[in-house]
Design a protein around this ligand. Structure first.
Ligand SMILES: Cc1cc2nc3c(=O)[nH]c(=O)nc-3n(C[C@H](O)[C@H](O)[C@H](O)COP(=O)(O)OP(=O)(O)OC[C@H]3O[C@@H](n4cnc5c(N)ncnc54)[C@H](O)[C@@H]3O)c2cc1C
Ligand code: FES
Ligand code: FES
Length: 1352
């Protein structure tokens, strides 16, 4: 069939693409061929939401437009023919004015680095557009029809690594028709105490009419005439009938030479099965009526295979009145992936992936349970199969089989008296609301009857389906179905069923957590049937209210018990140093929201630009014999492969540098570790470079003959004396006499051991750089770096050129968290090397997998300790032995002993000694990650306190309290950093939080809860922190231009932490000291500009939480100089005219040739450059004993910011850091395999917190602790310390688990069983679901049933 050109609209502009590789994604097109760069690439696999756009589809027949979000990283460009795309800059922008979404995101302080923000805005926009299309009651002016609950869910699939989500959710809720505006969090629109009218007036107005996303008229007209693409031109076929599809599949349309073909619907499957293969032709099957129909008749619903999951959910919901089964199916399917994947992913695509590729599908499980059937077409033959038969066929993808549709039968209420249908679905996943594959899913359908005589419930028949457990596909547990059929339910029957199930759930080899998965399956079965047994003895009818049924038995089902997020913030704005101290909106926040803020990868490419991708080693300690490509063929687009041999003779193989030494850019003849960079592929596009460097294409030949085996553990490192040297100044000093302390102890815990794992940065923007060769052997390098000065020096050293030949520029960084300090250097250096060699621009944007495999992350460590303590919990001595795994390069690892020891000292241990070794292993080199060593140090202290408390059978809070420092003991442990007595605010914060959070009473409530609930337990914990930070010398430069506008340069880099905002405030304050009214006016005149290593030298690192304050001080000093120079002119003018404006003053200063540029290097006083930060958190959690899920019910924090330079920025830092800490303690596993190669390599297996895993109630007070004479305008740091407070969540979980273990122990027939209750168990970090479940008892259901059977 002939067709037309590919035509679509982006933000109202018409695009016509006359030729394109059909595998091109919408994201690739938008980013490389349009100016719309708000769509960001972060994961490339549908798991983060950074790339989403609003897709609008016009239906000519109904004259209606459908609007929904899709992930542009997976959507193929050809599939959007005739559609309109809206990106965040299309909603509003700096030139045409921002959309209220952008303004509210900015005003609620909901954008930090800004990389996730455009995606958030598009998600919210889609929710608004769709809510306002509905027929609900007209909302109040300025609001939408969206409900608060929908508003909260609108960004549920989007990841943000900076903010901790709370402010984003508040911005979303501000649009909801039913919001109580007073419930919204801290923002720039109103002040505490303002009345509602003022609040409403100040909120940027939203009008569904005015802010409508419109479908372009020109496109409507074209759609009528242009339906399908010209298939000869695009290698993209759009059959409109089954017959046409058959002809294409049979190769009969284009001369019988179709080559490899791929059926495609939403193409979201490529997010999981990253396609390496290129297809000759794509067949878009969405226009075939049989595949897209939805039909309802008396026997059920037929859903075409290309119907999207979102549409199928709507259809099922429409039928909810007919059958509960549909409601529950829909509710389960709402947890599949995320909204934007469900909007384009089809039912058929999901089932075919499950059938052919062992995809752990939820939909297959649910459909199998309801006895759905499928219709398929194979080589022109039609066949109807049960779901079971379909799943058991040989992979249909390997044949010409097309899935046509699915038929779901009606399951309605039984007409037989005393007989009932029960249907329930289950899913245990790291994120309760979706965006995570389940460890196990299940769906059960049962017909049961009540026997009046015996008060028993009998199973008439049932279908019990389990999936995603690591088997081939979803299965029916037929043995159990048969066993249960006809049986009257009682404990013994259920016990037997559970035992049978353990033999059925057999995860395949290499499935993670096989025993956990089995126990989950058991838990689900128990959950389904157990209430029937309990209920049969007590109430006369079946339980109808499922949410109550689940609650009663303690099943922690977030969906059924979902409470909206709530929060409170206490923030004090001080006016002493205005505008410093004010909660000024972050510089450029609205522009970040609209997506106009330029990140490195947004800089347009010059025409001859090349792209790089790293080939990395997959082995440790091996000789590299050769680097080549599969079949010896140079892949398409590849120009060069650059390795260490390409480094100029005058240069060095250096890729990073710190004060402790350097690390190589590439491995030489030997690779030291898996994940080490071996070479750089340089190609004509990023896609070609990535494809060539991929392990499916690039081949490294290794040889390990005669080589020592790699050092892959810290124990091995100790044995082989493989250590990095730690300078004496960084080695912590012991406190007191440990032997004496031990001798004084009543009790001791000796040689106790535990380990801490790593954590990946998961900045939303991966590592990226662009290098441009310039005249005379010079290079300009744009890098997303937290350490441009060091990078500058590394590039010069590597290339063997002088430093004045290099210029490094960093405007902003899309999240750093320490990972863009050392780890950004090799990326930019490799680009520089390639650009230098090839004399062409070279850029590189690491794909998520390469980033995860090569950057290392946080230091893992092993801790061994001896602790002595009195019977009342007072600790008398602690001896710590810590082995830190630093990996292969020195990086900044020698700081670890110092950093670990700081927060450990938060308690008065009596006496304390350290033996900390920094081990050099052949694993990825570890680097600084937000609170490096400090978070581990703080946790080590808590773990020991917990163990002391357990062994004394005391509550941990009392042990903490008794060991908190007095000011005197603080001085003993921290010597000169302790500050004055009035600065030691920890004891008062400790007490204040106790009262404000109702701690004591809640402790009692938790006890009561635990007494009443069997299958979920709660814990509550209060944790203090003491965190030492150090200021570093920092440069600054302030220049005043002739129109009075001000340009500020500072040593630090804006990484989302609000540095520019604080610096802007400080410049306005500093210059305002000349004596004007309203420094706020000056605020608007200040622009902080990008870091440029030739313009401002000695910038150092942006790290350690103090860069903002030091940069501010440097800027203040510059302002002092300028004020000094301007003062005489001001006095002259005043004398003459009696008044002076800023503009006139500057004009006059220009006329008199006054130097209006001042620069300085701020050098902090040695005696006060280090200081302590304090905070306390209380967290309460609920743990499900059946799934191991931990829900954070509430967290309260008080954190001392001194006099905050900007309380909005500091609040954001506190919340964001705390949530990142939750990731470390509870969710994020970052492990290596037996070769030392990183295992977790994307969003599928690395789970950062999402909005369903943050505290349901989150209260933060930014304490203003007043005057601190040695601090910059009395301020204190906020970037890293609050991360340590997340240990409170882990400790609360431990407390809940302890209750679970106590209970488990009480069920044991033999109480002396040594596997039973152990009060001093170790809860690993992160305390993921499998870990928690294992501690709560993998066999807890069996134990409970045995206990019941025994008559208890
Ligand atoms: C981030 C993410 C998270 C996810 N989470 C979950 C989850 O929690 N639970 C879950 O169950 N699923 C999950 N999925 C899977 C998701 O449901 C599927 O990717 C989606 O349904 C596939 O539909 P599609 O239209 O995009 O298929 P496509 O990607 O277009 O196709 C997938 C495969 O099926 C073939 N195919 C498609 N339709 C047919 C047909 N009618 N006949 C024959 N072959 C066909 C294609 O050729 C291709 O090989 C997730 C996916 C992503 C990307
Ligand atoms: S980049 Fe597309 S979802 Fe992450
Ligand atoms: S602001 Fe969300 S990732 Fe940085």
């Amino acid at each position: 069939m002939s067709g037309k050109d590919l035509v679509f609209a982006v933000n109202g502009e018409r695009f016509q693409v006359s030729s394109i590789d059909p595998s091109t994604t919408l994201l690739e097109f938008l980013r490389s061929s349009t100016r719309f760069k708000s769509v960001k690439l972060s994961c490339g696999e549908g798991g983060c939401g950074a790339c989403i756009v609003l897709l609008s589809k016009y239906d000519t027949e109904s004259d209606r437009v459908e609007d929904f979000t899709i992930s542009s990283c997976l959507t193929l460009l050809c599939s959007i023919n005739g559609c309109s795309i809206t990106t965040s800059e299309g909603l509003g922008n700096t030139r045409k004015g921002f959309h209220p979404i952008h303004e509210r995101i900015a005003g609620f302080h909901a954008s930090q680095c800004g990389f996730c923000t455009p995606g958030m805005c598009v998600s919210l926009c889609s929710a608004l557009v769709n809510a306002d299309k509905s027929d609900g009651p007209k909302p109040r002016p300025g609001f939408s029809r969206l409900t608060v609950s929908e508003a909260e869910m609108s960004v549920a699939g989007n990841l943000c690594r900076c903010t901790g989500y709370r402010p984003i959710v508040d911005a979303c809720k501000s649009f909801a028709s039913d919001v109580d505006i007073e419930d919204l969090g801290f923002n720039a629109f109103w002040k505490k105490g303002d009345n509602k009218e003022v609040m409403l007036e100040n909120l940027p107005a939203y009008s569904a009419k005015r802010h409508l996303v419109t479908f372009p008229e020109f496109l409507k007209k074209e759609i009528e005439s242009c339906n399908v693409l010209d298939q000869t031109k695009y290698r993209w076929s759009t059959p409109e009938s089954i017959e046409e599809l058959q002809r294409i599949l049979g190769g009969k349309t284009l001369g019988g030479n179709e080559g490899s073909v791929k059926l495609v619907v939403g193409n979201t499957g490529t997010g999981y099965y990253k396609e390496r293969e290129k297809f000759d032709r794509y067949i878009d099957i969405r226009r075939i009526p049989e595949l897209s129909m939805i039909r309802k008749n008396g026997s059920g619903i037929e859903i075409g295979a290309v119907v999207t999951i979102s549409k199928a959910i709507d259809v099922l919901k429409e039928e909810s009145k007919v059958s509960d089964v549909f409601t529950k199916m829909a509710s389960h399917m709402e947890k599949v992936a995320n909204k934007f994947i469900r909007n384009s992913g089809s039912i058929g695509g999901n089932l075919v992936m499950a059938q052919s590729k062992r995809f752990p599908s939820d939909i297959a499980t649910v459909f199998l349970a309801v006895d759905a059937t499928v219709n398929i077409m194979s080589d022109g033959e039609y066949e109807k199969l049960s779901m079971e038969e379909f799943l058991e066929l040989p992979p249909v993808l390997e044949s010409n089989t097309v899935l046509l549709n699915v038929e779901i039968p009606f399951w309605s209420v039984s007409s037989r008296p005393k007989t009932e249908f029960l249907f329930e679905t289950y899913r245990a996943a790291p994120r309760p609301l979706g965006s995570a594959l389940p460890y196990v899913n299940a769906a059960f359908l049962a017909r049961v009857s009540r026997w009046e005589s015996s008060q028993c419930i009998v199973v008439d028949d049932c279908r019990l389906v389990f999936g995603s457990y690591g088997g081939e596909h979803s299965i029916r547990a037929k043995k159990i179905e048969e066993f249960l059929t006809g049986k009257s339910l009682n404990y013994s029957v259920l016990y037997e069923a559970v035992r049978l199930l353990r033999g059925i759930i057999e995860p395949c080899k290499d499935t993670s957590y096989p025993e956990y998965r089995k126990s989950l399956a058991v838990g689900f079965l128990f959950e389904f049937f157990y209430p029937l047994i309990e209920n049969s003895n007590t109430t006369p009818s079946f339980p109808r209210d499922d949410s109550k049924r689940k609650r009663k038995n303690g099943y922690n089902d977030l969906e059924n018990s979902r409470v909206l997020l709530s929060s409170a913030q206490q923030v004090f704005e001080s006016s002493e140093f205005r505008p410093v101290g004010q909660a000024v909106i972050k510089v450029g926040a609205a522009m970040q929201a609209s997506g106009e803020a330029v990140f490195v990868d947004d800089i347009p490419s010059l025409p001859d630009c090349l792209y790089g991708a790293f080939i990395y080693s997959t082995k440790a300690m091996a000789r590299i014999k050769s680097i080549g490509f599969r079949d010896g063929v140079k892949p398409i687009g590849v120009l060069e492969v650059i390795d260490f041999k390409d480094i100029p003779e005058e240069g060095q193989n250096v890729g990073s540098k710190t004060m402790f030494g350097s690390g190589p850019l590439f491995s030489d003849e030997f690779t030291q570790s898996a994940g080490q960079r071996v070479a750089l592929v340089v190609a004509d596009t990023q896609k070609h470079a990535d494809m060539a460097a991929n392990s499916n294409c690039a081949v490294i030949e290794y040889d390990t003959e005669d080589l020592e085996p790699p050092v892959l553990s810290v124990e091995d490192a100790v044995q082989r004396s493989s250590m990095f040297l730690v300078p004496a100044v960084l080695y912590p000093k012991p406190v007191g006499d440990v032997s004496k302390g031990m001798a004084e102890a009543d009790h001791k815990i000796l040689s106790d051991k535990f380990r801490l794992g790593s954590q990946y940065y998961f900045y939303m923007e991966t590592q990226t750089a662009l290098a441009l060769p310039d005249e005379d052997n010079c290079l300009q390098v744009y890098s997303s770096s937290q350490a441009p000065e060091y990078l500058h020096s590394v590039i010069a050293t590597c290339l063997g050129i002088r430093e004045h030949n290099v210029r490094v520029i960093t405007r902003r960084v899309g999240g750093g968290f320490g990972g863009k300090a050392i780890k950004s250097m090799p990326v930019a250096t490799a680009c520089a090397l390639a650009a230098h060699k090839l004399q062409r621009p070279v850029r590189m944007y690491l794909n998520r997998k390469t980033d995860m495999v090569t950057v290392g992350g946080r230091h893992p460590m092993k801790i061994t300790y001896n602790v002595g303590f009195k019977s009342d919990g007072k600790i008398t001595a602690l001896e710590l032995e810590i082995l830190v795994d630093a990996g292969m390069d020195v990086d900044v690892s020698p700081i670890m002993p110092h950093n670990i020891s700081g927060p450990v000292k938060k308690y008065n241990w009596g006496a304390l000694s350290f033996d900390i070794k920094v081990c050099k292993t052949n694993r990825p080199s570890r680097s600084a990650m937000r609170a490096p060593g400090e978070v581990q140090g703080a946790y080590i202290a808590e773990a020991i306190i917990e163990n002391v408390a357990s062994s004394l059978q005391m509550d941990a809070d009392s042990v903490r309290k008794i060991n908190l420092h007095t000011y005197d003991s603080l001085g003993l442990f921290y010597s000169h950093t302790a500050g004055n007595a009035d600065e030691y605010t920890l004891p008062s914060i400790w007490n204040k939080l106790e009262i404000s959070s109702g701690f004591e009473q809640r402790v009692e409530t938790v006890k009561e809860f635990n007494r009443c609930n069997v299958w979920c337990k709660r814990g509550i914990s209060r944790v203090p922190i003491v965190h030492e930070v150090m200021q570093r010398p920092t440069p600054g430069k302030v220049s005043i231009l002739s129109d009075g506008s001000i340009v500020v340069e500072c040593g630090g880099v804006e990484i989302g932490q609000g540095l520019w905002t604080k610096v802007q405030q400080m410049a306005a304050y500093g210059l305002g000291l000349i004596g004007f009214n309203g420094n706020e006016e000056l605020l608007e005149k200040v622009r902080v500009i990008q870091a440029d290593t030739l313009s401002l030298i000695q910038g150092g690192f942006t790290a350690g939480s103090t860069t903002s304050e030091s940069s501010c001080e440097a800027v203040r000093l510059c302002c002092d100089i300028l004020v000094e120079r301007l003062k005489p002119i001001k006095d002259q003018i005043l004398e003459k005219t009696g008044s002076v404006s800023w503009e006139v003053l500057i004009q006059q200063a220009y006329a008199q040739s006054v130097n209006l540029s001042a620069s300085t290097l701020y050098r902090p006083e040695f005696s006060s450059m280090q200081y302590l930060n304090y905070g306390v958190a209380i967290s309460e959690v609920e743990v499900s004993l059946l799934t191991g899920a931990t829900e954070i019910l509430r967290s309260d924090i008080i954190y001392d910011c001194g006099k905050s330079l900007n309380p909005a920025v500091d609040l954001g830092q506190i919340e964001g850091a705390f949530v990142q800490g939750i990731g470390f303690f509870m969710l994020e596993e970052y492990t290596t395999d037996e070769n030392g190669l990183v295992v977790q390599d994307g969003t599928w297996n690395y789970k950062v917190p999402t909005l369903d895993t943050i505290p349901r109630q989150f209260n933060v007070e930014v304490l203003n602790s007043g005057h601190h004479k040695d601090r910059i305008l009395s301020s204190k740091a906020s970037g890293e310390p609050p991360l340590l407070l997340a240990a409170s969540v882990h400790c609360a979980a431990r407390s809940a688990i302890r209750e679970a273990r106590k209970q488990l122990f009480s069920w044991r027939a033999d109480n002396t069983d040594k596997d039973g209750f152990d009060p001093a168990f170790e809860l690993p970090v992160p305390a993921t679901m499998p870990v928690v479940k294992e501690l709560c008892g993998l066999l807890s259901v069996e134990k409970f049933l045995e206990f019941k059977i025994a008559g208890n």
